[in-house]
Write a protein that binds this ligand. Structure first.
Ligand SMILES: Cc1ncc(COP(=O)(O)O)c(C=O)c1O
Length: 470
C-alpha cells in the first residue's frame, strides 16, 4: 500500500468535516470582525511548528479552526482594495477541480476543461460586447496585463528572437502598478511608460495623449501602445475609450484596456463602457467583480494569431499530433502559462447555478451601495468626497483644516482605528497627493444596512483618534 493511500471512506469523512467548517463559517459571517484582532507575532507563533515527520491523520484538520480564526473572513462589511467576495458554488467547483486535477495545457491533456474554458471566455467576451474575441484565464490582473503588453510589444516591436527594442507605452497617471511592473519585466523599462494627466474625474485626457505621442515621435522614439483603464484602481474612473481608440487607430498603436476592476460592470451598465470592443487586448478579473474565489483573471484578445506570435514556442514533447483543430488546440500557444489549473470550472458552475441575470443584479447592487455611501457622506458636516463615484469605489476623507500633511496623518490614523474597531474594513488611496479613505463595493454579501454603518464607524473612529482614545 502506498504511504499516501487515503481510503475512500476516510476521504468522505474528511470532506464532510471540511464542508461543515466552510458552512459554519458562512453561517456566522455576519458576526465576525472585518479583520481579525491579531498581531504578526501571534500569527507567526500559531504556525511556527516544524513540519511533522509522522502524519497526524484526521487530527491534522483540528488546526483549521485556528487558520480561520487568524484569517480575514469574507464578511459583508469588507470594502478594502478591489476584492471579490468568493461565491460559494464556485468554491465547491474549486474542490472538484483539484480532485480532478486536470492540467489545462491543451485539449490532449484536458478535453472538457479546455472546451469549457474556451466556451466561457467567448461567452464573457460576447456578454461584454466583444463578440469574436478569444483568450484565456490566468492567475489575475497583473498576469493578464503582462500578457496583453507582451502581445502589444510583439505586434509592434518584435522582441522574442533578438531582444527588446526601445518603445513607449502611454497610460494615465492613475494606471495600476501592474503596468509599470510589466514594462520592467518586458525589457521596455518603466521610464518608457508615459503617465498622461487626467481630467477632474481622473480620466485620461486624450488631447494630452496626442501631445505626448507627437513629442515622442519628434524626439525619434517609437510609440507602441496605449493602456486605457476601464475602472481605475483608486476611483473607478473609466478612461474615454472611443477617443483613445481613435488616437490608437490614427497612430497605429496597440490598445490594451485594463478592465481588471471595472469592465465586468459592462454586464450591468454597458452604456458606460462604449468602445470596449475597440481594444486589441482586454484584461478582466472575475475574482473581482464576478465574485469568484481567487484566483481567476482573464485576458481577451481580438486576434488569436497575435497571441500565438507572442506566446507560441513549443517543444516537440508538447506538440499536438491531432489533425482536428479542436483537438489540436493548446492554451500554451496563446498564453504565458503551461501547467494551468481548471479555473473555468468554478466560473462555469457559478454562472450555470445563478445565471448571468443574477450577476448583473449583484453588480447593480454594488453600484447602488456606492451611490448610497456617497449620499451619506455628503449628508455629513465632517466628511468630504474626494472624487466622483463612477463605479463602486468611494474615496473620501475626514475634513479638518486645510488639505495637507496634518489632514493626511489624521485620516491615516482614522483608517487604522476603523480597522482596529473591526466592524468595517476600508483601505486607502492617494488622490492628487491627498490621503483618502476608500470603500470599494465588489461584495455580493453587503446589504443596505451594512452600508449604513460605514459613516458612523468612520465618525466614531475620528472621535476616538481626536480624543486620544485609540
Ligand atoms: C485596475 C487594476 N488593474 C490591475 C489589477 C491587478 O489585478 P490582480 O490583483 O488580480 O493582479 C488591479 C487590482 O486591483 C486593478 O484594480
Amino acid at each position: 500500500m502506498n504511504a499516501l493511500h487515503l481510503p475512500n471512506a476516510e476521504f468522505r469523512s474528511l470532506a464532510a468535516r471540511v464542508t461543515d467548517i466552510a458552512a459554519d463559517l458562512l453561517a456566522g459571517l455576519d458576526d465576525l470582525r472585518a479583520f481579525p484582532a491579531v498581531r504578526g507575532e501571534q500569527v507567526a507563533r500559531a504556525f511556527g511548528a516544524p513540519l511533522p515527520e509522522e502524519g497526524l491523520r484526521a487530527r491534522a484538520l483540528d488546526a483549521l479552526g485556528e487558520v480561520l480564526a487568524l484569517s480575514r473572513a469574507p464578511t459583508p462589511r469588507f470594502y478594502g482594495y478591489v476584492l471579490g467576495s468568493g461565491e460559494p458554488v464556485a468554491a465547491l467547483a474549486d474542490l472538484l477541480a483539484s480532485i480532478l486535477n486536470q492540467n489545462v495545457t491543451a485539449w490532449r491533456s484536458a478535453p472538457a476543461a479546455v472546451t469549457i474554458e474556451r466556451q466561457i471566455v467567448r461567452g464573457i467576451a460576447g456578454a461584454l460586447g466583444c463578440e469574436g474575441f478569444s483568450g484565456s484565464l490566468c492567475g489575475g490582473g497583473s498576469m493578464a496585463n503582462l500578457m496583453g503588453l507582451a502581445m502589444a510589444r510583439e505586434a509592434q516591436l518584435p522582441a522574442n528572437e533578438s531582444g527588446a527594442q526601445p518603445g513607449v507605452v502611454y497610460a494615465s497617471s492613475e494606471v495600476h502598478m501592474s503596468i509599470p511592473k510589466a514594462m520592467a519585466l518586458l525589457g521596455l523599462g518603466r521610464e518608457n511608460l508615459r503617465l498622461i494627466g487626467t481630467d477632474e474625474g481622473y480620466r485620461l485626457d486624450p488631447q494630452a495623449l496626442r501631445t505626448a505621442i507627437a513629442a515622442d515621435r519628434c524626439a525619434g522614439r517609437k510609440p507602441l501602445a496605449v493602456v486605457a483603464s476601464s475602472g481605475t484602481v483608486n476611483t473607478g474612473a473609466i478612461d474615454p475609450l472611443p477617443d483613445i481608440a481613435a488616437v490608437c487607430r490614427e497612430q497605429q498603436l496597440w490598445l490594451h484596456v485594463d478592465g481588471e476592476y471595472g469592465a465586468l460592470a459592462a454586464l450591468a451598465i454597458p452604456e458606460q463602457f462604449t468602445g470596449l470592443s475597440a481594444a486589441d487586448s482586454l484584461s478582466l478579473d472575475p475574482h473581482k467583480w464576478l465574485y469568484q474565489p481567487l484566483d481567476c483573471g482573464m485576458l481577451l484578445f481580438r486576434s488569436a494569431p497575435a497571441a500565438r506570435t507572442a506566446f507560441s514556442f513549443t517543444g516537440d514533447y508538447a506538440k499536438s499530433l491531432a489533425p482536428d483543430p479542436l483537438e489540436a488546440f493548446a492554451f500554451f500557444d496563446e498564453s504565458l502559462e503551461l501547467s494551468r489549473r481548471f479555473r473555468a470550472l468554478k466560473l462555469w458552475l457559478s454562472l450555470r447555478y445563478h445565471g448571468l441575470a443574477a450577476f448583473r443584479s449583484a453588480i447593480r447592487t454594488d453600484l447602488r451601495h456606492a451611490q448610497n455611501l456617497a449620499g451619506l457622506i455628503r449628508g455629513t458636516q465632517t466628511l468630504e468626497l474626494l472624487a466622483p463615484v463612477e463605479l463602486s469605489a468611494v474615496c473620501f476623507r475626514y475634513r479638518q483644516g486645510e488639505p495637507g500633511a496634518a489632514g493626511d496623518e489624521l485620516n491615516a490614523a482614522i483608517l487604522k482605528r476603523v480597522i482596529e474597531r473591526g466592524r468595517v474594513y476600508l483601505s486607502n488611496a492617494t488622490l492628487r497627493g491627498r490621503f483618502a479613505l476608500r470603500a470599494c463595493f465588489v461584495n455580493h454579501r453587503t446589504t443596505d444596512q451594512d452600508v449604513s454603518e460605514i459613516v458612523p464607524e468612520v465618525l466614531q473612529a475620528a472621535r476616538d483618534v481626536l480624543s486620544g482614545c485609540s
